[in-house]
Design a protein around this ligand. Structure first.
Ligand SMILES: Cc1cc2nc3c(=O)[nH]c(=O)nc-3n(C[C@H](O)[C@H](O)[C@H](O)COP(=O)(O)OP(=O)(O)OC[C@H]3O[C@@H](n4cnc5c(N)ncnc54)[C@H](O)[C@@H]3O)c2cc1C
Length: 322
């Protein structure tokens, strides 16, 4: 029997977070023809809007509304979700900050296994699901079998599944009356907005991104020259921000910005999943790296194995002279 599959939909400002549609695709692997139920917790007009939107994507949406859920608080969300999920449910979460906060506790409360950061899975057979996770920055894949016949909690890596294109005329079910006591040890203090920065890399079509392979702060100039020649801007991986060579708003990745350029040049970037997690919209990726085994080449459309300090100035010169 196909498991009863739920996806948890995080949201903000009346909009479902980006991974919601990817979770629906992942849920389809588990339940190819059966219903997939979206669960959204919150309070007020934003929650109503998200539930309406999700009802256009799957046949059933469970709305969990309570004042204690007005701001994201994993402890309160965990309490209300465990209060309404049936036993044996398989729950999919995004593998992001909230998902990682929710997953382990949900798994304990639901008494079901937890597999984090799933990048691939096969349809379950006889209640057993085969999944793939990655270790050591994507250099090693771990293949796991998980008995999901009694339920499971899975956190799904951003970008591992395509966004679902399914549409539906679904129904929103208000499960709020079933929510029990939500008193929590944690309390919401405030939302701290991200620094704005001088450029908004999320809006750019061409990004020339530099990683640790740029070797020195002074060398960033060669990436800036290339970005200028191409009509793009410079972004970077996290070590560049940690070294204070560029500002945080330039960082691409799970703890930086999510970008959707048409063209992405990765210069001296190894291709960790935390970096690639910030790349959306299937851009054309050009990678320059002197290590032919760098994981970035697994996702690049064009790969150049070379020293970027030699290759990039030449490329800029050719473009400038064209
Ligand atoms: C919780 C968490 C969140 C994270 N969030 C992010 C995030 O948002 N964004 C992010 O980027 N990282 C993030 N990271 C860090 C991430 O795991 C990687 O450490 C980081 O992405 C590596 O950056 P890099 O590719 O620039 O450096 P490295 O992994 O050191 O790679 C440098 C690459 O440059 C190549 N190279 C060296 N010299 C040259 C040269 N002269 N010419 C050509 N190639 C050269 C090397 O072969 C290598 O492949 C996060 C980590 C954690 C734990």
């Amino acid at each position: 029997m196909a498991p009863q599959v739920f996806v948890y939909v995080a949201h903000r400002g009346g909009q479902a977070a980006d991974p919601a549609l990817e979770l629906l695709s992942a849920a389809r692997v588990l339940s190819p023809n059966g219903p997939v139920i979206a669960v959204a917790a919150g309070h007020g007009a934003g929650l109503d809007q998200v539930c309406r939107d999700m009802a256009g994507r799957c046949l059933e949406v469970w709305k969990l509304s309570n004042e204690a859920l007005a701001y994201p608080n994993a402890e309160a969300i965990r309490k209300c979700v465990t209060g309404v999920l049936p036993s044996g449910a398989v729950l999919l979460l995004a593998h992001d900050t909230l998902g990682m906060d929710l997953g382990p506790g949900l798994s304990i409360k639901l008494d079901s296994p937890f597999v984090s950061d799933v990048v691939a899975m096969d349809p379950p057979q006889d209640g057993v699901l085969k999944l793939v996770r990655e270790e050591y920055g994507g250099q090693v894949s771990t293949h796991l079998s998980c008995d999901i016949s009694g339920g499971a909690v899975l956190s799904i890596r951003s970008g591992a599944f395509p966004a679902s294109e399914e549409t539906a005329v679904g129904e929103v079910r208000d499960k709020s009356p079933d929510i029990g006591d939500l008193s929590c040890g944690r309390r919401f203090i405030k939302i701290v907005g991200a620094e704005a920065g001088d450029v908004d890399i999320t809006k750019e079509e061409i990004l020339v991104s530099v990683g640790r392979g740029i070797e020195d702060e002074d060398n960033i100039e060669i990436a800036e020259d290339l970005a200028k020649a191409l009509g793009g801007v410079v972004s970077c991986s996290r070590p560049i921000v940690d070294a204070k060579w560029l500002e945080k708003p330039r960082q691409v990745g799970t703890s930086g910005k999510t970008v959707k350029p048409k063209v992405y040049l990765a210069l001296g970037i190894s291709g960790s999943f935390q970096h690639l997690g910030g790349l959306k919209g299937n851009p054309f990726i050009v990678a320059v790296n002197k290590n032919p085994k760098a994981p970035i080449f697994q996702v690049a459309d064009v790969g150049v194995v070379d020293d970027l300090l030699e290759f990039v100035p030449l490329l800029t010169e050719i473009i400038d002279n064209h």
